[in-house]
Design a protein. Structure first.
Length: 209
């Protein structure tokens, strides 16, 4: 029987990396609003190089009774009441993002997805809590494992701030665009691919002929 799995299914032990970024109304995943979500799947090209793949992003309506800290809004610049946000409810946002990721998991032959995020524990906690709150049972992500790009950037560049790590990797970073889920997610995907691809190159150089 032919193995229909794509090469990326072998790279991370059957897990499909998906960059995730969330903007929220605070630091407590149980009480604070989810305001933005973005996802970028990670793909592998024919040369075995990781590249950012399909993208999805939503502005999200705060759930009923959600807490929103003014300090968080000041930091992100989000106005939850602005009708131009075209925000959707949590369940639609999560369901649409999860549906696309499950499709990618199937098509690559992976077992499930794994979160890639900058300070991943924060995003994973909010993601899991929102999925539970919306009674979404088909969450494609591993419930507690993740790839944390803050840690990887600390190893690779001695930098744990995303903007500074991108600067060290010579990846363009626009500070005016930062702190939107869409932009930060794209940069997280880029820096993750850069580090993994650089590791592949370095280990190939170390392999004896």
């Amino acid at each position: 029987m032919n193995d229909a799995r794509k090469p990326i299914a072998y790279r991370f032990r059957g897990y499909l990396p998906v960059a995730i970024d969330l903007e929220t109304g605070g630091f407590n995943p149980r009480t604070d609003a989810l305001l933005e979500i973005a996802a970028v799947t990670i793909e592998m090209n024919d040369d075995g190089i990781l590249v950012p793949g399909e993208r999805a992003a939503f502005n999200v309506e705060p759930f009923e009774g959600a807490n929103i800290e003014q300090a968080s809004l000041d930091f992100t610049g989000i106005d939850p009441t602005n009708p131009l946000r075209m925000a959707v409810d949590e369940k639609k946002a999560l369901s649409d993002v999860f549906r696309g990721i499950r499709k990618q998991v199937r098509e690559t032959g992976c077992q499930r997805a794994i979160v890639v995020a900058h300070n991943a524990a924060f995003d994973l906690a909010f993601l899991n809590e929102a999925a539970s709150r919306c009674d979404i049972r088909r969450n494609p992500f591993h419930p507690f494992s993740a790839f944390d790009t803050a840690t990887l950037c600390g190893l690779a560049f001695g930098q744990t701030v995303l903007a500074r790590a991108c600067q060290a990797a010579e990846i363009d970073f626009d500070a005016d665009e930062a702190h939107s889920a869409r932009y930060d997610c794209e940069k997280t995907a880029e820096i993750f691919c850069y580090i993994v691809n650089r590791w592949k190159h370095l280990t190939a150089l170390d392999t004896p002929d």
